[in-house]
Design a protein around this ligand. Structure first.
Ligand code: FAD
Ligand code: NAD
Length: 473
Protein backbone atom coordinates (compact mmCIF):
# COMPACT_ATOMS: atom_id res chain seq x y z
CA UNK A 1 0.00 0.00 0.00
CA UNK A 2 1.37 3.42 -0.98
CA UNK A 3 1.95 5.66 2.05
CA UNK A 4 1.96 9.46 2.08
CA UNK A 5 2.47 12.19 4.66
CA UNK A 6 -0.73 13.87 3.49
CA UNK A 7 -3.71 12.68 1.43
CA UNK A 8 -6.20 15.34 0.35
CA UNK A 9 -9.68 14.13 -0.66
CA UNK A 10 -11.05 16.72 -3.11
CA UNK A 11 -9.14 18.89 -5.57
CA UNK A 12 -11.26 22.08 -5.40
CA UNK A 13 -9.92 25.40 -4.12
CA UNK A 14 -9.64 24.19 -0.51
CA UNK A 15 -8.11 20.83 -1.44
CA UNK A 16 -5.64 22.00 -4.09
CA UNK A 17 -4.36 24.81 -1.86
CA UNK A 18 -3.88 22.31 0.97
CA UNK A 19 -2.04 19.91 -1.34
CA UNK A 20 0.27 22.55 -2.85
CA UNK A 21 1.14 24.08 0.53
CA UNK A 22 1.78 20.63 2.03
CA UNK A 23 4.09 19.75 -0.89
CA UNK A 24 5.88 23.11 -0.58
CA UNK A 25 6.57 22.24 3.06
CA UNK A 26 8.28 19.01 1.99
CA UNK A 27 5.44 16.62 2.77
CA UNK A 28 4.82 13.65 0.46
CA UNK A 29 1.36 14.52 -0.78
CA UNK A 30 -1.45 12.90 -2.77
CA UNK A 31 -4.72 14.43 -3.90
CA UNK A 32 -7.77 12.43 -4.97
CA UNK A 33 -10.41 14.21 -7.02
CA UNK A 34 -13.54 12.86 -8.67
CA UNK A 35 -14.48 15.80 -10.92
CA UNK A 36 -14.73 14.86 -14.59
CA UNK A 37 -14.71 17.58 -17.23
CA UNK A 38 -16.96 17.51 -20.28
CA UNK A 39 -14.45 15.20 -22.02
CA UNK A 40 -14.76 12.72 -19.14
CA UNK A 41 -11.18 13.39 -18.08
CA UNK A 42 -10.00 14.62 -14.68
CA UNK A 43 -10.59 18.35 -14.22
CA UNK A 44 -8.99 19.65 -11.02
CA UNK A 45 -10.27 22.84 -9.39
CA UNK A 46 -13.66 21.65 -8.13
CA UNK A 47 -16.81 23.74 -8.29
CA UNK A 48 -14.87 27.00 -8.39
CA UNK A 49 -12.92 26.38 -11.58
CA UNK A 50 -15.38 24.10 -13.37
CA UNK A 51 -18.88 25.44 -12.66
CA UNK A 52 -18.52 28.25 -10.13
CA UNK A 53 -16.38 31.34 -9.57
CA UNK A 54 -14.36 31.41 -12.79
CA UNK A 55 -16.95 30.40 -15.44
CA UNK A 56 -19.60 32.62 -13.84
CA UNK A 57 -17.22 35.60 -13.89
CA UNK A 58 -16.33 34.85 -17.52
CA UNK A 59 -20.02 35.04 -18.47
CA UNK A 60 -20.61 38.06 -16.24
CA UNK A 61 -17.86 39.86 -18.06
CA UNK A 62 -19.06 38.89 -21.55
CA UNK A 63 -22.62 39.88 -20.74
CA UNK A 64 -21.48 43.16 -19.10
CA UNK A 65 -19.67 44.11 -22.30
CA UNK A 66 -22.79 43.36 -24.34
CA UNK A 67 -25.06 45.29 -21.98
CA UNK A 68 -22.72 48.31 -22.06
CA UNK A 69 -22.64 48.16 -25.83
CA UNK A 70 -26.44 48.37 -25.86
CA UNK A 71 -27.05 50.65 -22.88
CA UNK A 72 -23.83 52.09 -21.47
CA UNK A 73 -21.71 53.40 -24.32
CA UNK A 74 -24.22 55.89 -25.66
CA UNK A 75 -23.41 58.33 -22.83
CA UNK A 76 -19.77 58.24 -24.04
CA UNK A 77 -20.83 59.13 -27.57
CA UNK A 78 -20.26 55.61 -28.83
CA UNK A 79 -23.01 53.92 -30.79
CA UNK A 80 -23.11 50.41 -32.11
CA UNK A 81 -25.98 49.45 -34.36
CA UNK A 82 -27.33 45.91 -34.55
CA UNK A 83 -25.08 44.55 -31.80
CA UNK A 84 -25.50 40.80 -31.53
CA UNK A 85 -24.45 38.17 -29.05
CA UNK A 86 -23.25 34.77 -30.18
CA UNK A 87 -24.10 32.70 -27.10
CA UNK A 88 -22.31 29.60 -28.41
CA UNK A 89 -19.08 31.62 -28.88
CA UNK A 90 -19.50 33.23 -25.46
CA UNK A 91 -19.92 29.85 -23.75
CA UNK A 92 -16.98 28.43 -25.75
CA UNK A 93 -14.77 31.29 -24.44
CA UNK A 94 -15.89 30.43 -20.92
CA UNK A 95 -15.01 26.75 -21.52
CA UNK A 96 -11.54 27.73 -22.79
CA UNK A 97 -10.92 29.70 -19.61
CA UNK A 98 -12.11 26.76 -17.50
CA UNK A 99 -9.75 24.39 -19.34
CA UNK A 100 -6.85 26.83 -18.95
CA UNK A 101 -7.35 26.96 -15.18
CA UNK A 102 -8.14 23.29 -14.51
CA UNK A 103 -5.11 22.39 -16.64
CA UNK A 104 -3.12 24.96 -14.67
CA UNK A 105 -3.83 23.18 -11.39
CA UNK A 106 -2.73 19.92 -12.99
CA UNK A 107 0.59 21.54 -13.97
CA UNK A 108 1.00 23.00 -10.46
CA UNK A 109 0.49 19.50 -9.04
CA UNK A 110 3.15 18.10 -11.37
CA UNK A 111 5.53 20.97 -10.53
CA UNK A 112 5.07 20.32 -6.81
CA UNK A 113 5.40 16.52 -7.25
CA UNK A 114 1.90 15.88 -5.88
CA UNK A 115 0.55 12.43 -6.76
CA UNK A 116 -2.83 12.94 -8.37
CA UNK A 117 -5.54 10.26 -8.35
CA UNK A 118 -8.67 10.57 -10.52
CA UNK A 119 -11.51 8.91 -8.64
CA UNK A 120 -13.65 8.94 -5.52
CA UNK A 121 -12.00 8.73 -2.13
CA UNK A 122 -13.53 7.03 0.90
CA UNK A 123 -11.96 7.49 4.30
CA UNK A 124 -11.40 4.20 6.13
CA UNK A 125 -10.07 3.51 9.63
CA UNK A 126 -6.47 4.45 10.51
CA UNK A 127 -6.18 7.13 7.81
CA UNK A 128 -6.43 4.69 4.95
CA UNK A 129 -8.29 5.94 1.91
CA UNK A 130 -9.97 3.71 -0.67
CA UNK A 131 -9.98 5.15 -4.18
CA UNK A 132 -12.58 4.08 -6.74
CA UNK A 133 -11.50 5.02 -10.26
CA UNK A 134 -14.11 5.99 -12.89
CA UNK A 135 -13.80 2.46 -14.37
CA UNK A 136 -14.65 0.94 -10.97
CA UNK A 137 -11.08 -0.20 -10.17
CA UNK A 138 -10.15 0.11 -6.51
CA UNK A 139 -6.93 0.72 -4.58
CA UNK A 140 -6.15 1.76 -1.03
CA UNK A 141 -3.52 4.25 0.08
CA UNK A 142 -2.64 5.54 3.55
CA UNK A 143 -1.21 8.66 5.17
CA UNK A 144 -0.18 10.22 8.46
CA UNK A 145 -2.68 13.00 7.78
CA UNK A 146 -5.87 13.12 5.70
CA UNK A 147 -7.49 16.41 4.71
CA UNK A 148 -11.15 16.16 3.64
CA UNK A 149 -12.06 18.84 1.07
CA UNK A 150 -15.06 17.37 -0.71
CA UNK A 151 -16.89 20.67 -1.16
CA UNK A 152 -20.58 21.19 -1.74
CA UNK A 153 -23.42 20.52 -4.16
CA UNK A 154 -26.56 22.50 -5.06
CA UNK A 155 -29.63 21.92 -2.91
CA UNK A 156 -32.45 20.34 -4.90
CA UNK A 157 -36.06 21.25 -4.16
CA UNK A 158 -38.28 18.14 -4.06
CA UNK A 159 -40.94 19.92 -6.16
CA UNK A 160 -38.49 21.35 -8.72
CA UNK A 161 -36.02 18.56 -9.40
CA UNK A 162 -33.13 19.28 -11.78
CA UNK A 163 -33.64 17.74 -15.21
CA UNK A 164 -30.65 19.69 -16.58
CA UNK A 165 -32.69 20.69 -19.61
CA UNK A 166 -35.43 23.00 -18.41
CA UNK A 167 -34.83 22.98 -14.65
CA UNK A 168 -31.16 23.58 -14.06
CA UNK A 169 -28.60 24.21 -11.35
CA UNK A 170 -25.59 26.55 -11.61
CA UNK A 171 -23.80 24.23 -14.02
CA UNK A 172 -26.79 24.16 -16.37
CA UNK A 173 -27.26 27.93 -16.25
CA UNK A 174 -23.63 28.40 -17.33
CA UNK A 175 -24.22 26.31 -20.44
CA UNK A 176 -27.40 27.52 -22.16
CA UNK A 177 -26.87 27.49 -25.92
CA UNK A 178 -29.28 30.38 -26.51
CA UNK A 179 -30.75 33.21 -24.48
CA UNK A 180 -33.95 31.91 -22.88
CA UNK A 181 -36.86 34.22 -23.59
CA UNK A 182 -38.17 33.87 -20.03
CA UNK A 183 -35.83 32.73 -17.25
CA UNK A 184 -37.21 31.94 -13.82
CA UNK A 185 -34.80 31.89 -10.89
CA UNK A 186 -35.62 30.46 -7.47
CA UNK A 187 -33.55 32.23 -4.80
CA UNK A 188 -32.34 35.84 -4.84
CA UNK A 189 -29.01 34.85 -3.32
CA UNK A 190 -25.55 35.18 -4.79
CA UNK A 191 -25.99 32.67 -7.63
CA UNK A 192 -29.51 33.85 -8.49
CA UNK A 193 -28.36 37.46 -8.76
CA UNK A 194 -25.12 36.76 -10.63
CA UNK A 195 -26.48 34.27 -13.16
CA UNK A 196 -29.82 36.09 -13.36
CA UNK A 197 -27.80 39.20 -14.32
CA UNK A 198 -25.88 37.31 -17.00
CA UNK A 199 -29.02 36.24 -18.87
CA UNK A 200 -30.89 39.48 -18.22
CA UNK A 201 -28.04 41.45 -19.82
CA UNK A 202 -28.26 39.21 -22.87
CA UNK A 203 -31.98 39.90 -23.25
CA UNK A 204 -33.88 37.31 -21.17
CA UNK A 205 -36.92 38.37 -19.16
CA UNK A 206 -35.71 37.34 -15.72
CA UNK A 207 -38.01 36.77 -12.76
CA UNK A 208 -36.41 35.87 -9.43
CA UNK A 209 -38.60 34.37 -6.70
CA UNK A 210 -37.20 34.74 -3.20
CA UNK A 211 -38.89 33.10 -0.22
CA UNK A 212 -37.70 35.60 2.38
CA UNK A 213 -39.27 39.04 2.77
CA UNK A 214 -35.89 40.83 2.96
CA UNK A 215 -33.58 41.31 0.00
CA UNK A 216 -29.99 40.13 0.62
CA UNK A 217 -30.61 39.76 4.34
CA UNK A 218 -26.95 39.29 5.28
CA UNK A 219 -25.73 42.43 3.49
CA UNK A 220 -25.74 46.03 4.75
CA UNK A 221 -29.34 47.36 4.52
CA UNK A 222 -28.31 50.47 2.56
CA UNK A 223 -26.19 48.45 0.14
CA UNK A 224 -29.09 46.01 -0.39
CA UNK A 225 -31.54 48.88 -0.99
CA UNK A 226 -29.23 50.61 -3.50
CA UNK A 227 -28.54 47.33 -5.28
CA UNK A 228 -32.24 46.44 -5.45
CA UNK A 229 -32.99 49.84 -7.03
CA UNK A 230 -30.26 49.36 -9.66
CA UNK A 231 -31.31 45.78 -10.42
CA UNK A 232 -34.90 46.95 -10.94
CA UNK A 233 -33.65 49.58 -13.42
CA UNK A 234 -31.89 46.78 -15.32
CA UNK A 235 -35.16 44.89 -15.54
CA UNK A 236 -34.32 42.15 -13.05
CA UNK A 237 -37.74 41.32 -11.70
CA UNK A 238 -37.28 40.27 -8.04
CA UNK A 239 -40.31 39.04 -6.06
CA UNK A 240 -39.71 38.83 -2.31
CA UNK A 241 -41.76 36.67 0.02
CA UNK A 242 -42.59 34.33 -2.87
CA UNK A 243 -42.88 30.70 -1.83
CA UNK A 244 -42.70 28.19 -4.66
CA UNK A 245 -44.89 25.11 -4.28
CA UNK A 246 -44.76 23.54 -7.75
CA UNK A 247 -42.64 23.57 -10.90
CA UNK A 248 -44.23 21.50 -13.66
CA UNK A 249 -42.56 20.86 -16.98
CA UNK A 250 -45.14 21.39 -19.74
CA UNK A 251 -43.69 20.84 -23.19
CA UNK A 252 -40.78 23.24 -23.54
CA UNK A 253 -41.81 25.40 -20.62
CA UNK A 254 -41.94 25.21 -16.85
CA UNK A 255 -45.09 26.33 -15.05
CA UNK A 256 -44.42 27.66 -11.58
CA UNK A 257 -46.95 27.92 -8.79
CA UNK A 258 -46.03 30.12 -5.87
CA UNK A 259 -47.72 32.10 -3.13
CA UNK A 260 -46.95 35.66 -2.10
CA UNK A 261 -48.78 38.34 -0.11
CA UNK A 262 -51.45 38.47 -2.83
CA UNK A 263 -52.13 34.71 -2.76
CA UNK A 264 -51.42 31.96 -5.28
CA UNK A 265 -49.62 33.02 -8.45
CA UNK A 266 -48.56 31.28 -11.67
CA UNK A 267 -45.55 32.01 -13.82
CA UNK A 268 -44.51 30.28 -17.05
CA UNK A 269 -40.82 30.30 -17.97
CA UNK A 270 -38.64 28.71 -20.65
CA UNK A 271 -35.82 27.80 -18.26
CA UNK A 272 -35.74 27.58 -14.49
CA UNK A 273 -32.58 28.05 -12.42
CA UNK A 274 -32.89 26.75 -8.87
CA UNK A 275 -30.31 28.47 -6.65
CA UNK A 276 -31.53 28.05 -3.09
CA UNK A 277 -28.18 27.34 -1.46
CA UNK A 278 -25.65 24.54 -1.35
CA UNK A 279 -25.07 21.61 0.99
CA UNK A 280 -21.85 19.99 2.10
CA UNK A 281 -20.98 17.03 -0.13
CA UNK A 282 -20.14 14.06 2.06
CA UNK A 283 -22.10 11.26 0.39
CA UNK A 284 -20.25 7.94 0.68
CA UNK A 285 -17.21 9.67 2.14
CA UNK A 286 -16.90 7.96 5.50
CA UNK A 287 -16.28 4.24 5.92
CA UNK A 288 -16.95 2.27 9.11
CA UNK A 289 -15.27 3.31 12.34
CA UNK A 290 -13.41 6.42 11.16
CA UNK A 291 -14.63 8.41 14.17
CA UNK A 292 -15.25 11.46 11.97
CA UNK A 293 -18.59 13.10 12.76
CA UNK A 294 -21.02 15.11 10.66
CA UNK A 295 -22.86 18.06 12.20
CA UNK A 296 -26.62 18.71 12.12
CA UNK A 297 -26.34 20.09 8.56
CA UNK A 298 -24.34 17.15 7.23
CA UNK A 299 -21.04 19.06 7.26
CA UNK A 300 -17.85 17.46 8.55
CA UNK A 301 -17.65 18.57 12.19
CA UNK A 302 -14.41 20.46 12.93
CA UNK A 303 -13.00 22.82 15.54
CA UNK A 304 -11.63 26.32 14.85
CA UNK A 305 -8.43 24.74 13.44
CA UNK A 306 -10.33 22.51 10.98
CA UNK A 307 -9.47 19.44 13.04
CA UNK A 308 -12.12 16.70 13.16
CA UNK A 309 -11.10 15.48 16.61
CA UNK A 310 -9.68 12.27 15.07
CA UNK A 311 -5.90 12.07 15.09
CA UNK A 312 -4.52 13.22 11.73
CA UNK A 313 -7.91 13.90 10.10
CA UNK A 314 -8.81 17.45 9.07
CA UNK A 315 -11.50 19.04 6.90
CA UNK A 316 -11.60 22.34 4.99
CA UNK A 317 -13.69 24.41 2.59
CA UNK A 318 -17.40 24.13 1.75
CA UNK A 319 -17.75 20.75 3.48
CA UNK A 320 -17.25 22.38 6.91
CA UNK A 321 -18.95 25.22 8.83
CA UNK A 322 -18.57 28.83 7.73
CA UNK A 323 -18.95 30.77 4.52
CA UNK A 324 -19.03 28.79 1.28
CA UNK A 325 -16.40 30.90 -0.45
CA UNK A 326 -13.39 29.83 -2.46
CA UNK A 327 -10.98 32.14 -0.63
CA UNK A 328 -12.19 30.88 2.76
CA UNK A 329 -11.35 27.37 1.52
CA UNK A 330 -7.96 28.50 0.13
CA UNK A 331 -6.90 29.85 3.50
CA UNK A 332 -8.20 26.87 5.48
CA UNK A 333 -6.31 24.52 3.16
CA UNK A 334 -3.08 26.45 3.60
CA UNK A 335 -3.56 26.77 7.38
CA UNK A 336 -4.12 23.02 7.84
CA UNK A 337 -1.07 22.12 5.72
CA UNK A 338 0.98 24.48 7.90
CA UNK A 339 -0.41 23.05 11.14
CA UNK A 340 0.46 19.54 9.92
CA UNK A 341 4.02 20.74 9.21
CA UNK A 342 4.27 22.15 12.75
CA UNK A 343 3.79 25.76 11.74
CA UNK A 344 1.30 28.36 13.00
CA UNK A 345 -1.47 28.01 10.38
CA UNK A 346 -4.38 30.34 11.07
CA UNK A 347 -7.49 31.80 9.43
CA UNK A 348 -9.05 35.06 10.63
CA UNK A 349 -12.73 34.38 10.02
CA UNK A 350 -13.65 37.94 11.06
CA UNK A 351 -12.16 39.55 7.97
CA UNK A 352 -13.28 37.24 5.15
CA UNK A 353 -14.57 39.49 2.36
CA UNK A 354 -17.84 38.81 0.53
CA UNK A 355 -18.31 39.96 -3.05
CA UNK A 356 -21.35 39.73 -5.31
CA UNK A 357 -20.29 40.38 -8.91
CA UNK A 358 -23.42 42.12 -10.14
CA UNK A 359 -23.70 45.67 -11.56
CA UNK A 360 -23.18 47.47 -9.28
CA UNK A 361 -20.93 45.07 -7.41
CA UNK A 362 -21.58 44.51 -3.72
CA UNK A 363 -18.71 43.84 -1.29
CA UNK A 364 -18.27 43.80 2.42
CA UNK A 365 -16.09 42.65 5.28
CA UNK A 366 -16.77 42.61 9.02
CA UNK A 367 -19.99 43.38 10.83
CA UNK A 368 -23.21 45.01 9.65
CA UNK A 369 -25.01 47.67 11.68
CA UNK A 370 -27.71 45.11 12.53
CA UNK A 371 -25.15 42.68 13.92
CA UNK A 372 -23.53 45.39 16.03
CA UNK A 373 -26.91 46.57 17.34
CA UNK A 374 -27.81 43.00 18.28
CA UNK A 375 -24.48 42.59 20.08
CA UNK A 376 -24.89 45.93 21.90
CA UNK A 377 -21.64 47.32 20.44
CA UNK A 378 -21.68 51.13 20.06
CA UNK A 379 -20.66 52.30 16.61
CA UNK A 380 -20.52 55.29 14.29
CA UNK A 381 -20.72 55.28 10.51
CA UNK A 382 -19.34 57.31 7.63
CA UNK A 383 -20.63 57.02 4.06
CA UNK A 384 -19.57 58.46 0.75
CA UNK A 385 -21.43 58.20 -2.59
CA UNK A 386 -19.68 57.26 -5.84
CA UNK A 387 -21.70 60.06 -7.48
CA UNK A 388 -19.27 62.51 -5.81
CA UNK A 389 -16.12 60.64 -6.92
CA UNK A 390 -14.48 62.16 -10.01
CA UNK A 391 -13.30 58.84 -11.41
CA UNK A 392 -16.73 57.24 -11.05
CA UNK A 393 -18.34 60.18 -12.84
CA UNK A 394 -15.70 59.96 -15.60
CA UNK A 395 -16.58 56.26 -15.97
CA UNK A 396 -20.31 57.05 -15.89
CA UNK A 397 -20.68 54.51 -13.07
CA UNK A 398 -22.00 56.56 -10.21
CA UNK A 399 -24.46 54.27 -8.43
CA UNK A 400 -23.53 53.18 -4.95
CA UNK A 401 -21.57 54.17 -1.89
CA UNK A 402 -18.95 53.11 0.63
CA UNK A 403 -19.87 52.82 4.30
CA UNK A 404 -17.27 52.53 7.05
CA UNK A 405 -18.47 51.40 10.46
CA UNK A 406 -16.15 52.12 13.39
CA UNK A 407 -16.38 51.52 17.15
CA UNK A 408 -17.97 54.60 18.77
CA UNK A 409 -15.25 54.87 21.39
CA UNK A 410 -12.08 53.24 20.04
CA UNK A 411 -12.64 54.14 16.33
CA UNK A 412 -11.54 50.60 15.36
CA UNK A 413 -13.02 49.59 11.99
CA UNK A 414 -15.73 46.98 12.59
CA UNK A 415 -17.17 46.69 9.10
CA UNK A 416 -16.94 48.14 5.61
CA UNK A 417 -19.83 47.85 3.15
CA UNK A 418 -19.60 48.84 -0.47
CA UNK A 419 -21.89 48.86 -3.44
CA UNK A 420 -20.63 50.38 -6.68
CA UNK A 421 -18.04 50.08 -9.45
CA UNK A 422 -15.07 47.75 -8.89
CA UNK A 423 -15.82 47.35 -5.18
CA UNK A 424 -14.66 43.72 -5.53
CA UNK A 425 -11.17 45.26 -5.72
CA UNK A 426 -11.72 48.16 -3.30
CA UNK A 427 -12.75 45.84 -0.46
CA UNK A 428 -9.15 44.59 -0.20
CA UNK A 429 -8.05 47.88 1.36
CA UNK A 430 -10.72 47.54 4.04
CA UNK A 431 -9.66 43.95 4.74
CA UNK A 432 -6.01 44.98 5.17
CA UNK A 433 -7.00 47.82 7.51
CA UNK A 434 -9.20 45.50 9.58
CA UNK A 435 -6.57 42.76 9.64
CA UNK A 436 -4.13 45.28 11.14
CA UNK A 437 -6.80 46.37 13.67
CA UNK A 438 -6.89 49.77 11.96
CA UNK A 439 -9.12 52.67 12.89
CA UNK A 440 -11.25 54.87 10.63
CA UNK A 441 -8.66 57.58 11.42
CA UNK A 442 -5.92 55.30 10.00
CA UNK A 443 -7.80 54.96 6.68
CA UNK A 444 -8.56 58.69 6.70
CA UNK A 445 -4.85 59.58 7.06
CA UNK A 446 -3.69 57.37 4.16
CA UNK A 447 -2.97 59.17 0.88
CA UNK A 448 -5.25 57.83 -1.88
CA UNK A 449 -4.41 58.52 -5.52
CA UNK A 450 -6.59 61.02 -7.34
CA UNK A 451 -8.69 60.45 -9.33
CA UNK A 452 -9.46 56.88 -8.28
CA UNK A 453 -12.48 54.98 -7.02
CA UNK A 454 -10.54 54.38 -3.79
CA UNK A 455 -11.21 57.99 -2.87
CA UNK A 456 -14.71 56.82 -1.88
CA UNK A 457 -13.10 54.64 0.81
CA UNK A 458 -10.95 57.55 1.97
CA UNK A 459 -13.86 59.98 2.13
CA UNK A 460 -16.14 57.44 3.87
CA UNK A 461 -13.43 57.00 6.53
CA UNK A 462 -13.17 60.80 6.88
CA UNK A 463 -16.95 60.96 7.08
CA UNK A 464 -16.93 58.74 10.21
CA UNK A 465 -15.52 61.81 11.97
CA UNK A 466 -17.77 64.15 9.95
CA UNK A 467 -14.89 65.61 7.98
CA UNK A 468 -15.39 64.29 4.44
CA UNK A 469 -14.21 67.03 2.07
CA UNK A 470 -16.50 66.49 -0.91
CA UNK A 471 -19.87 66.23 0.81
CA UNK A 472 -21.84 67.99 3.50
CA UNK A 473 -21.27 66.16 6.78
P1 FAD B 1 -15.40 22.27 -4.29
O1 FAD B 1 -14.96 23.40 -5.14
O2 FAD B 1 -16.81 21.86 -4.36
O3 FAD B 1 -14.43 21.06 -4.65
C1 FAD B 1 -14.60 19.80 -4.09
C2 FAD B 1 -13.99 18.78 -5.02
O4 FAD B 1 -13.98 17.54 -4.34
C3 FAD B 1 -14.78 18.57 -6.30
O5 FAD B 1 -13.88 18.50 -7.39
C4 FAD B 1 -15.47 17.24 -6.09
O6 FAD B 1 -15.69 16.53 -7.30
C5 FAD B 1 -14.45 16.53 -5.25
N1 FAD B 1 -14.99 15.44 -4.42
C6 FAD B 1 -16.12 15.42 -3.69
N2 FAD B 1 -16.22 14.25 -3.02
C7 FAD B 1 -15.12 13.54 -3.36
C8 FAD B 1 -14.64 12.28 -2.98
N3 FAD B 1 -15.28 11.49 -2.10
N4 FAD B 1 -13.48 11.86 -3.52
C9 FAD B 1 -12.79 12.63 -4.40
N5 FAD B 1 -13.20 13.85 -4.78
C10 FAD B 1 -14.34 14.30 -4.25
N6 FAD B 1 -16.87 31.62 -4.27
C11 FAD B 1 -16.14 32.74 -4.24
O7 FAD B 1 -15.36 32.94 -3.31
N7 FAD B 1 -16.22 33.68 -5.24
C12 FAD B 1 -17.05 33.53 -6.28
O8 FAD B 1 -17.11 34.38 -7.16
C13 FAD B 1 -17.85 32.37 -6.34
N8 FAD B 1 -18.68 32.16 -7.38
C14 FAD B 1 -19.42 31.01 -7.43
C15 FAD B 1 -20.29 30.84 -8.48
C16 FAD B 1 -21.07 29.69 -8.56
C17 FAD B 1 -22.00 29.52 -9.72
C18 FAD B 1 -20.94 28.69 -7.55
C19 FAD B 1 -21.74 27.41 -7.63
C20 FAD B 1 -20.08 28.85 -6.49
C21 FAD B 1 -19.32 30.02 -6.41
N9 FAD B 1 -18.46 30.25 -5.35
C22 FAD B 1 -17.72 31.41 -5.29
C23 FAD B 1 -18.30 29.27 -4.26
C24 FAD B 1 -17.04 28.42 -4.50
O9 FAD B 1 -17.12 27.81 -5.77
C25 FAD B 1 -16.91 27.39 -3.40
O10 FAD B 1 -16.92 28.03 -2.15
C26 FAD B 1 -15.61 26.61 -3.56
O11 FAD B 1 -15.53 25.97 -4.80
C27 FAD B 1 -15.47 25.58 -2.44
O12 FAD B 1 -14.24 24.93 -2.58
P2 FAD B 1 -14.02 23.46 -2.01
O13 FAD B 1 -12.65 23.07 -2.40
O14 FAD B 1 -14.38 23.41 -0.58
O15 FAD B 1 -15.10 22.56 -2.76
P1 NAD C 1 -27.54 31.69 -1.20
O1 NAD C 1 -27.61 31.14 0.17
O2 NAD C 1 -26.66 32.81 -1.50
O3 NAD C 1 -28.99 32.15 -1.66
C1 NAD C 1 -30.08 31.27 -1.68
C2 NAD C 1 -31.35 32.11 -1.63
O4 NAD C 1 -32.44 31.26 -1.90
C3 NAD C 1 -31.58 32.74 -0.27
O5 NAD C 1 -31.89 34.10 -0.42
C4 NAD C 1 -32.76 31.95 0.28
O6 NAD C 1 -33.59 32.71 1.14
C5 NAD C 1 -33.47 31.57 -0.98
N1 NAD C 1 -34.32 30.39 -0.88
C6 NAD C 1 -34.08 29.25 -0.20
N2 NAD C 1 -35.09 28.37 -0.40
C7 NAD C 1 -35.98 28.98 -1.23
C8 NAD C 1 -37.22 28.58 -1.81
N3 NAD C 1 -37.74 27.37 -1.59
N4 NAD C 1 -37.85 29.45 -2.62
C9 NAD C 1 -37.33 30.69 -2.87
N5 NAD C 1 -36.16 31.12 -2.33
C10 NAD C 1 -35.50 30.26 -1.52
O7 NAD C 1 -27.25 30.40 -2.13
P2 NAD C 1 -26.84 30.30 -3.65
O8 NAD C 1 -27.15 31.54 -4.37
O9 NAD C 1 -27.39 29.01 -4.11
O10 NAD C 1 -25.28 30.17 -3.57
C11 NAD C 1 -24.69 29.15 -2.75
C12 NAD C 1 -23.42 29.64 -2.18
O11 NAD C 1 -22.42 29.68 -3.19
C13 NAD C 1 -23.46 31.08 -1.67
O12 NAD C 1 -23.99 31.16 -0.37
C14 NAD C 1 -22.03 31.43 -1.66
O13 NAD C 1 -21.44 30.92 -0.50
C15 NAD C 1 -21.50 30.70 -2.88
N6 NAD C 1 -21.38 31.65 -4.00
C16 NAD C 1 -20.56 32.72 -3.86
C17 NAD C 1 -20.45 33.63 -4.89
C18 NAD C 1 -19.58 34.83 -4.70
O14 NAD C 1 -18.79 34.83 -3.77
N7 NAD C 1 -19.68 35.84 -5.53
C19 NAD C 1 -21.14 33.45 -6.06
C20 NAD C 1 -21.97 32.35 -6.17
C21 NAD C 1 -22.07 31.44 -5.13
Amino acid sequence: MDKFDVIVIGGGPAGYHAAIRAAQLGLKTACIDAYAGKDGKAALGGTCLNVGCIPSKALLDSSRQFWNLLHGFEAHGISAKDAKIDVVAMVARKEKIVKQFTGGVNLLFKGNKITSFFGTGKLLKDRQVEITAPDGGKQTIAATNVIIATGSAPIELPFAKFDNKLIVDNAGALDFDAVPKRLGVIGAGVIGLELGSVWRRLGAEVTILEALPDFLGTADRDAARIAAREFAKQGLNIHLGAKLSKAEVKGNTVELTYTDAKGEQKLVVDKLLVAVGRRAYTAGLLGEGTGVKLDERGRVAVDEHCWTGVEGVWAVGDCVRGAMLAHKGFEEGVAVAELIAGKAGHVNYDTIPWVIYTEPEIAWAGKTEEELKAAGIPYKTGTFPFAAVGRAVAMNETAGQVKVIAHAETDRILGVHMVGPCVSELIAEAVVAMEFHGSAEDLARIVHAHPTLSEAVHEAALSVDKRAIHKAN
